[in-house]
Design a protein around this ligand. Structure first.
Ligand code: GTP
Ligand code: MG
Length: 324
């Protein structure tokens, strides 16, 4: 029954045209700085994809499962029952995002939106110790906000978008200066202007994406409205990740699937958010409990990774490998 309703919501294609416009209110300014909305050639797009980086989960096994870690220019969703490590992973990413990684990644800041009041700076200190990084520096590089309602959560994202936009302007100017300096010696290809910002902020976490929506739109009749609001939020997150080369990581909860008993599914629980969240998330990871500190991550949906599993551990120093 619930599933049928959500299907209906998807078909209706919630109209979020107005918000799209307000998100890009300064489109002229963007164009002045070299960001042209619209088509890229496949070659230009592949050049853009070269900027993609991965942020380590803290576990090599888990990273391998994800093709290197949490990917930029994408939304990664981790869902699972309580105590499966979603918040611990979120904390670990705040630290690992600051560490240099492969293919030229130099590390960056994280924006953390907390909807459940479970963010603990002390955990960041423990995790920083494991990676031998300075406490103060680590804490300084995480911008934290507590969201109290789904509307507030949206406002915080507007603020984030504005902040990226601001940084984008500054960076574009630098790029253009650079072009002028080099133009005499080499021809600067057009796609150079599409350069995605090695923004100071490289990671955006929401722990968890659905909790407040669940509270604010708890009535049955409110499902359509909830999904429409959710679609607006995810559209913003997608733009942030793709335009500014940010790794977006969201956690999600699970619910019993009322249709499961009819279809004899092995696991009668499913992530909430319906088709809207399923489509918006580039990679979906399901987390489940193993023995003691052990947890199992499984690729639930990914454009390029097979449906494998990885075992990791929740340690004092955050997410780590099972044998550590
Ligand atoms: P919900 O938000 O309730 O849905 O759960 P979650 O998936 O976010 O779980 P969370 O990430 O909070 O994981 C909780 C688990 O991490 C528990 O099993 C804790 O025992 C474990 N944990 C938390 N802190 C530490 C720690 O400092 N050391 C170790 N070894 N485990 C910890
Ligand atoms: Mg949690």
């Amino acid at each position: 029954m619930m599933k049928a309703m959500e299907d209906q919501v998807v078909q209706e294609e919630p109209g979020y045209q107005d918000d799209e416009e307000s998100f890009f209110q300064d489109i002229d300014l963007l164009q002045k700085h070299g960001i042209e909305p619209g088509f890229l050639t496949a070659f230009e797009y592949s050049e853009k994809r070269k900027m993609v980086f991965h942020i380590s989960t803290g576990s090599q096994e888990f990273d391998k499962l994800l093709g290197g870690g949490i990917e930029s220019m994408a939304i990664t969703e981790a869902f699972g029952e309580f105590r499966t490590g979603k918040t611990q992973l979120s904390h670990t990413l705040c630290v690992t995002a600051q560490l240099p990684g492969p293919s030229g990644y130099t590390g960056g800041k994280t924006i953390f939106i907390d909807t459940e009041n479970t963010f603990r700076p002390d955990r960041l200190r423990d995790i920083a110790d494991r990676f031998n990084v300075d406490h103060e520096a680590v804490l300084d590089n995480v911008l934290y906000a507590r969201a109290y309602t789904s509307e507030h959560q949206m406002e915080l994202l507007d603020y984030v978008a504005a902040k990226f936009h601001e940084e984008a302007g500054i960076f574009k100017l630098l790029v253009q200066d650079f072009c002028m300096l080099t133009v005499l010696r080499i021809s600067v290809p057009v796609f150079f202007h599409y350069i995605y910002l090695p923004s100071m902020i490289t990671m955006q976490i929401i722990d968890s994406i659905m909790a407040l929506f669940r509270v604010d739109f708890s009535g049955r009749g409110e499902l359509a409205e909830r999904q429409q609001k959710l679609a607006q939020m995810l559209s913003r997150l997608q733009k942030i990740s793709e335009e500014y080369n940010v790794a977006v990581f969201v956690t999600n909860q699970m619910t019993a699937d009322p249709g499961a008993t009819m279809t004899f599914q092995a696991d009668p629980k499913k992530p909430i958010g319906g088709h809207i969240l399923a489509h918006a998330s580039t990679t979906r990871i399901s987390l489940r409990k193993g023995r003691g500190e052990l947890r199992i991550a499984k690729i639930y949906d990914s454009p390029e990774m097979p449906e494998n599993e990885a075992t990791f551990a929740i340690t004092a120093g955050g997410i780590g490998d099972a044998k550590e």
